[in-house]
Structure formats: structure tokens, C-alpha cells
Design a protein around this ligand. Sequence first.
Ligand code: SF4
Ligand code: SF4
Length: 362
Amino acid sequence: MKTFYDERNMLFSRMRLKKGTQEYQEYYKKHPDIQAQDDAMRGMNITDKLRVSDQYKSLFFPITKHNKAILKSLHHLVDKTPLGDPIALPKNFSKNIKAITKHFGADDVGIVKLSKDHFYTHHGKQSEDIGWPLYGKETDKDYQYAIVYIMKMNLEMINRAPHHEELLETENVYLNIGYLGSRLALYIKQLGYKSTFQSEAFYLTPLVPLAYDAGLGEIGMANHIVHPIYGDRIRLGAVLTNLPLEADEPIDFGLEAFCKRCSLCLMNCPSRSIKHLPRTINHRRFYKFNDQTCFQLWKNTGTDCGTCLQSCPFTQGIDQETIQWMKNNPKRIDSVIAKHLEKHTRRRYTKHPLKIVTIEEE
Ligand code: SF4
Ligand code: SF4
């Protein structure tokens, strides 16, 4: 039986529900089991708990403060309608689209033929930031293809997780994902085809199933896409369109067997939100995960943690030959994990801060 995703169930949408509103009442009438813990986290600002001086905060937070406003202007610039009649496309145009997506800054790209279960059934609250009151409305599913792409995050910054460098890099790449998507959507509209882009402020689909189907990686124990080159230090983006394209296939580089022997994200997770309990959703392998305890940890530490991203041996880099050599071979996997532990210990962590914002004494 197919599972259909609903953006209203996403934690960030739930957190925006205001107590006493009709939306709040209706949602928790259907989901009473998660109400108390959601309420305990509601209205929180994760940055309040960041353990740095007020002066540092006043210099640091403006770096990302206007990201959502920039995304808003991009979404308002790119409405979905084509800018003319469709032009004739050459054979294998998918190759061109991939090359153009990389030219705009993607580190990898794949294509998915969309079906109804790729889409959220309804919008949640994510698009409030761009001024679109879409909550509870059905999503526009009139798109045939998704061009799905990744951008890598800086390893030096991810290795400082759970400190604020990780948060800064995440926000930085989220913005770049949106900027890239807006340029690609505008390009496709110029060719005469309907197109829109997703960003952290506007989603029509969840991204992990799309990225899996696009062949950009496999789903790891933390339920993120693990890319064979960049591991878990990536962010995902997608442009949806009715431009005719050729779809890619999921890849298999042996991650399921590797995760079974590894569990480093699980062992390092400070909130114990990751479980080695596989579950299949629409033919894709996911793992049981507690989004509430993960977010509670963010609330208590003042960053978006990211320790799981940093812990993954693929994030620190495993060469492609080794990946092939150890694929689905427990003994070889164990030897690769042993070498990883020798070099990086159980968790690669860089303590000293990156000097992005510095405050020198008088
Ligand atoms: S972000 Fe941190 S708390 Fe959340 S799952 Fe990853 S390691 Fe655990
Ligand atoms: S840290 Fe290990 S268990 Fe977790 S996703 Fe990466 S490979 Fe899988």
C-alpha cells in the first residue's frame, strides 16, 4: 500500500501551529499522541541557547538573518508559468539539463519521473516565510519531472558540529540551493515549459525520496541521503517541470550492509533519536527516527547539531575503489570501519572555532 506524505506532519510545520487556533485544534485532534511534546518545544528560538556572548550573537546572526527574505524574493520572481511557447528540444536534452545544473553550482544531479506519491498531499506551514498562506491546501501536482541536485557542505565546518559553524554552513547551502533552483527554473520557463523550484521555504515534495529515486545516494541510518562521494554533508534541492526528460535509477553502493556494521551516527547521536530499526516506505528503506528528541536537543544547545552528518565515514571520505571492493562484504566493511576509527576516532570533531566572526580584546 502506498504512503502519501503530508507536509502538515513535518516537525517544522507543527512547530508553527499556534495554540488556540483552529488549525492547531484540528491538527492535534487527529494527532493527540505527539501534542504534549510538541507543545513543550513550541515557540522556541534555537539560537537563544547558543553558548556565546551577546556581542558575538549580534555579529553572528545577521549573517543569515535575511536568507528567507532573499528566498522570498526569488520565489516571487519565479512564478511557474512558461515565458513563451515550448521550443523543440534536441535528443538527449537531459544531458544538457544536468550539465547546466552543474554549471549553476550543483555537485551532482539526477532526474525523476514524478508520480502522485512523490508529492506532499497538502501544504504545511513552511511557505509562511515567503508570504504564501498555503496551509491545508492541496499541492500542485501538475509536474512530470523533477531535476534533483545536491550541493556539498564544507567539511571543515561540518566537522565543528554541533557548534555554530555547522549551523552557518547549513543555512548558507540552503540559500545557495534555492538560488540555483530559481536560475534553473527561470531557464526552463524561458524554453517555454512550466517550472518551479523548491527551497527551505517552499516544498511540493519531500526531498529524500526524490534524491533516492534520482540516484544521488542511498538512505542512511539517520534517514538522510548518503552520497557515495560527499557522504552526509550535502543539502538537497529540486526543480519541478513538465519539460520532457529521461529519468535516472536509484543506485546501490552497499550502504545498507555498511550501516549494519557501522552505526556511528546512532552511537554519536546525543539525543538517541536514531534507531537501527529499518522500515520500508513506498519501496524505499528508511529507519525509525524520533524527530521530537532531535529537535529538543537543538533547542537545548542552540544549534542544529549535525553530529550525525559529521559521524558518517562517507562524510569523511571513502574512495570509490574501496566502496566497490567492500560492497556487501562484512569482513571488508569491518576493515574499512576499523581504519576509519583509527584515523578519525568514533567521531571526527574539530574543537577550535573557525575565525569567521572574531572579537579581539581592546
Ligand atoms: S542532528 Fe544531532 S540530535 Fe539530531 S539526529 Fe543528528 S546527531 Fe541526533
Ligand atoms: S554513520 Fe554509519 S550507520 Fe550512519 S548513515 Fe553513515 S554509514 Fe550508515
